[in-house]
Design a protein around this ligand. Structure first.
Ligand code: COA
Length: 177
């Protein structure tokens, strides 16, 4: 049997509870709450909250949130990315990231920042962000803090310290599960 087909679409309101449960299973309750909080934030772009479906069932989700830098620019923060554990390592995360990056380009964004697995994101073109002039206000290993330029020249106007939405503080709280 060949690989099962994965379809990607914008998240709908009706998907919110399913996505909350999925993110909780793939990550923690903290990240599930992060998604809920980011959806309520003024920066939320519904077209950049995507779900992946296999056989009509939601198996993955990712979200990009426009975020200011101290340099006066805007970057997209990619967080979180979550694939339902039984469906991991079947191409769902890659399909979400690739389609998501296309959508970011289509909407005219120039730079994406991610804090994540250093073995995973370079395959999409991400590289260490500090070398490109970005910083964060909390400790993160150099190799886990990554950036991708979507439009040539966009890094210059965006660089600086990332001013994350206060919603991200939920990730530092003690996990409830
Ligand atoms: C990380 C994650 C999004 C990747 O999605 P996925 O659908 O499993 O990944 P894909 O099938 O697209 O890609 C598989 C590749 O990614 C690699 N990969 C998967 N999870 C990885 C991880 N945690 N660290 C490093 N590499 C990982 C696999 O080794 C595989 O590499 P290969 O192609 O060289 O064999 C997914 O596994 C996940 O949700 N994990 C738990 C939640 C998480 O850590 N999210 C990020 C912070 S909330």
């Amino acid at each position: 049997m060949g690989p099962r087909s994965i379809s990607i679409r914008p998240e709908a309101r009706e998907d919110y509870p399913t996505v909350h449960d999925l993110v909780r299973r793939a990550c923690r309750e903290n990240e599930a709450r992060l998604v809920d909080l980011l959806r309520e934030s003024p920066e939320f772009v519904p077209a950049l909250s995507l779900v992946a479906e296999m056989d009509g069932r939601i198996v993955g989700h990712l979200l990009f949130t426009p975020t200011k830098t101290t340099g006066g620019g805007t970057v997209l923060a990619l967080a979180p990315v979550a694939v339902d554990p039984p469906f991991q390592r079947q191409g769902v995360g890659s399909a979400l990231v690739l389609r998501g990056l296309d959508e970011c380009r289509r909407l005219g964004y120039g730079v994406v920042i991610v804090i994540g697995h250093p073995d995973y994101y370079p395959r999409f073109g991400f590289s260490p962000a500090r070398e490109k002039g970005f910083e964060v206000l909390f400790p993160v290993p150099d190799e886990a803090f990554m950036v991708l330029e979507l439009r040539s020249g966009a890094l210059e106007s965006a660089r600086g310290t990332i001013v994350y939405s206060p919603a991200f503080e939920v990730c530092d709280e003690d996990p409830e599960v």
